[in-house]
Design a protein around this ligand. Structure first.
Ligand code: ZN
Ligand code: ZN
Length: 124
């Protein structure tokens, strides 16, 4: 899809968007969330919202990398995105059809790459 076409689609109130990272066509309607703002396959997002989720107020438009999982008090998983353009961080609730493997990989990343030898924990 050309840049032109995607702009036209946006004015019409799009029902889908193309992931800027993996190229998947993503439906805007996601189970468990009002605003699908990330790709369910690779979890990358785009910097579109400014202050409030869904406000589509940001001028940035750069791709946002999923960098971590945050767990809310009720056990809900939230994906932490960092904008590759301006560095802004945002929290986005995981959707029910997000790729579970990619979510898990993100969640265990710090354990897979500890900054100290894990054997040391045995001596604590
Ligand atoms: Zn994607
Ligand atoms: Zn940005």
């Amino acid at each position: 899809m050309s840049r032109d076409q995607s702009h036209r689609a946006r004015r019409h109130g799009p029902s889908s968007f193309r992931c800027g990272h993996c190229g998947l066509d993503v439906s805007m309607h996601a189970p468990g969330t009002a605003h699908r703002n990330h790709c369910p396959s690779c979890l990358w997002s785009r910097h579109l919202d400014d202050d409030v989720a869904g406000d589509r107020d940001a001028d940035c438009g750069s791709l946002m990398e999923p960098i971590a999982i945050h767990v809310r008090g009720n056990g809900e998983w939230v994906i932490v995105h960092r904008c590759s353009g301006c560095g802004a961080l945002s929290l986005n609730r995981a959707a029910a059809d997000d790729n579970a493997l990619v979510l898990l990989r993100l969640a265990v990343k710090p354990l897979a790459q500890p900054p100290f030898p894990l054997e040391r924990i045995a001596r604590l």
